[in-house]
Write a protein that binds this ligand. Structure first.
Ligand SMILES: [Zn+2]
Ligand SMILES: [Zn+2]
Length: 340
């Protein structure tokens, strides 16, 4: 009795894997998620590239650069859905086994006044494992200029998930886009805080956001220069820090490209660039308080010793314009004018 049922249940317990397919979205991309708890960055990779280009041993998070084997990138949604389907499938198999057991039992000859019949309710006749649906397609589609892997993201993506290549140009562009978004949000943010009667907080917070924008621009430009600069053979590599000095940076580029900042922007813009870079230095190291070095390096007439500098939205917009102009000339002359 119940032989078939026991055999079926043994079969289920021995079954190692249940395969649940994952659907691609309308662009042929599948969802992935960074396994690092603090990051959890969601992105998509082209399904064909995932099969042909990506390596089993290493996939990179586009946002934080974390490296993990390809099996570690399931999204929380996919895991949840897979668990649900696997549970339901096992439930169906157990139900079927019980049903077989009941049939066996009912077939046994029974003698006597009272006869028993077993009935198992709620057993489906068949069970279909459904593929896990894809999330909506993502707007920002990227092709890695090193390995040609296609992937898409929402927001900033610094690393190629397939080869880990960090595109300097893309990183620079995305930082600048982030600055523009931060600037745009300050007015809305201020209005919300003002409405809720938090006028002081509104001014302090918005000022602080604008100051971080200035800092983001300077850091992005320094990093861009450091990575794009091809140090002449036999010379010491220039650090990103050194590109904080405008005159130094300009002459370094002149040395390798034959042109410097003064060839790409006006004299006034050069001087504004220097002032804004030095103001960022003050914010970073002197709490924004004007010191002698600042006055000496910039000749800034707007401030006297001991004052605290004020960074306006307009300052950041000006800086954005200037560093974009410089970067596009550097790209042009180093042969990478397009987005990579
Ligand atoms: Zn990550
Ligand atoms: Zn790549």
């Amino acid at each position: 009795m119940f032989k078939n049922m026991i055999r079926e249940i043994e079969k289920i317990s021995k079954q190692q894997t249940i395969s649940i397919p994952v659907k691609a979205d309308k662009d042929g991309c599948i969802d992935k998620e960074c396994p690092v708890e603090d990051c959890c960055f969601g992105f998509k990779v082209n399904e064909t590239d995932w099969a042909n280009l990506f390596k089993d041993e290493a996939v990179y998070c586009p946002q934080c650069g974390h490296v993990a084997p390809s099996k570690s990138w399931w999204t929380k949604e996919q895991i949840k859905e897979a668990k649900k389907q696997a549970f339901n499938f096992v439930k169906y198999q157990v139900g079927n086994a019980l049903s077989l057991g009941a049939k066996d039992f009912n077939r046994q000859p029974q003698n006597g006044f009272i006869t028993f019949k077993l009935k198992v309710n709620g057993v489906q006749s068949r069970y279909v494992i459904l593929p896990i649906e894809a999330q909506e397609a993502m707007e920002q589609k990227i092709v890695c200029n090193q390995c040609n892997a296609r992937f898409s993201v929402i927001g900033a993506a610094f690393f190629c998930p397939c080869c880990g290549h960090n595109s300097v140009e893309r990183m620079f562009d995305q930082t600048l886009e982030k600055v523009v978004s931060k600037l745009n949000i300050t007015d809305k943010f201020k209005a919300v805080l003002d409405d809720s009667g938090q006028k002081d907080e509104a001014v302090i917070t918005c000022q602080s956001i604008i100051e971080t924008c200035l800092s983001d621009c300077v850091t992005a430009f320094q990093f861009f220069c450091e990575k794009k600069y091809q140090t002449p053979v036999g010379e010491k590599k220039i650090s990103s820090q050194s590109f904080q000095r405008i005159d130094f940076g300009s002459s370094a580029w002149k040395k390798v490209l034959g042109q410097g900042y003064e060839d790409w922007i006006t004299k006034e813009e050069c001087s504004e660039l220097n002032i804004l870079f030095q103001r960022r230095h003050l914010l970073q190291h002197c709490n924004g308080i004007v010191d002698e070095k600042y006055l000496e390096k910039t000749g800034d007439q707007k401030y006297r010793l001991g004052q605290r500098i004020v960074v306006s939205k307009n300052d950041v917009e000006k800086l954005l314009f200037i560093i974009k102009m410089l970067a596009s000339n550097i790209r042009l002359m180093t042969g990478t004018s397009s987005l990579t």
